[in-house]
Design a protein around this ligand. Sequence first.
Ligand code: HEM
Length: 550
Amino acid sequence: MNTTLNDGLQSLSYGSSNAILLGIAIIAIALVLQLYDSNAKSKYPVVGADLKNYFFRAIRQRQHWFKHGPEIIHSSFKKFPNTIFTLPSLDRTSIVLPPRFLAEIKELPGTIGSNSHATSDVSIVIRFAIVKEKYADPAFKFFIGNWTTLDYDIFAHATIDAIKAQYIARIGQQIGPASSEASISVDIKASLSALSRTNPCQDDWTPIVAQPKILELVTQMVARTIVGPDICRDPEWVPAVIGYAQNVFMGAVTLKLVPKAAWPLVSLFTPYMYRIHRCRRTIRRLVRPVIEQTLAWRHEHPQLWAAKVKSEEMTTLEWLIETSKPEETNVPQMAHRLTGVSFGAAHTTSNTITNALMDLANDFERWAPPLREEIESIVGRDSSRLTNADLSKMWKLDSFLKESQRFHPPSKLSVNRKMMKDHTLSSGEVLPKDAHISFAGVPMSLSEPTFESPEAFDGFRFEKLRRNKETDHNGLQFTSSYSGSLHFGHGRYMCPGRFMGSLISKLLIIEFLQRYDLKLSGEGRPKNIMFFDMDIPDPKYEIMFRDRKA
Ligand code: HEM
């Protein structure tokens, strides 16, 4: 559990150490794919490896998707910019729609195109309980929640309602706790001394393996608002939450490599499932006393509770108690949903920050002075009293994050939905039940017609567009979306935590800019690791830090 998720994924993409599992996987995939090639059935053109032999095409297309997913997405979008096409994938029929369908898909209700079914699944417990019919057909989903525990219930309505109440309606209240946690934990200097034992200082520059460090910081900052100051600083919390996410990803990827019939066996042999449960036990143990105390207090003081809900700062734990049904306010279910919020927040936000720091370090002399000038013109050198209103004036910082995300969002595919029933588009084309649909988010934002030189990184691109009175201003802020920027999703199921992700990203980047100078440790910006449709910053890359000189 010491490695990060990104480490694990990297090792998987470069060759798994588990030879037996790989052997089983290869044989099983060969057998299953000979019998079943879902992509071959699609009526839309299938992209990917162009192999004539059916048997090998099925296998090779999937192998190719695993290793070359991002390139396939880019080249296919170039070939079919206005046509629906089918992407090969390991586990599902995946259909990519051209931008002209964005407006109609963004408003589809969850009963027709479900976002949560596209990522999660129904847990075994729920599957055999009363709601069985509602969530029947738990086909393959991205995180295979019925085995990895990242199930439909983790992002239930109560979870989303709690996130919206806290991180959308009351985002202004989060800045105090998050920024006090940032100044406590951002003391990179303290970590520097620990890290420098393995990475000796070079002159006054110190190399820091950025991604895992930022992941820890972000997990702790978000935890401050999720479970409060005591638990978030408990030395067991951050490793348990990070370990959970890492092992869910690795467990899901491992299972996807073998046919469904082999899952019970593979689950027994892969360590990921055991680790998932170990992390869950730790999380549950840590939150149990607070959940029990809060429930008891609410029971004894209903009026005080009602007043608190109206006017006071509340943690996600408290919001969840408020938004969940009475029969759901038990420790296991509350702990489960809290784990879901941490899961949604940590890697997405830390990867956003790591990417932005790499882009900053790539041309520090060009980007840092105007960013510092903007920050200092609003808050001076002391950012401890920063408000949300201050942040909203920092257009350059907002733009820099958006531009960095344009090149490196969490996924090359956006607005993912699972079709819950057949749906006919305005063009008359049919999206079949069970199909996974999405849009080619990154190629779309790299070919957006309103961008000048869209292939070039311009940190202040969106700031300039916002200042230009001629341009349509919709979607130009970091947390907003349009066809040129779909990386928080789009429409009614857009990421509910995006304002918090943005807040934490900005707080940390301000902290870094105010305290340190940055540079790359090698020539040119490091390449991200890409496979399937995923895009993650290299977890081993070292960014060079030194105390700020200017
Ligand atoms: C910069 C950081 C973040 C990025 C890039 C990001 C990105 C995304 C994306 C692309 C989606 C899918 C939207 C769709 O279905 O179309 C999503 C969903 C979600 N995000 Fe975020 N996110 C970030 C931060 C956060 C934070 C801080 C939280 C929690 C506080 C969070 C919680 C969630 C949840 C719960 C969902 C699932 C929503 C649902 O099922 O309806 N995210 N996020």
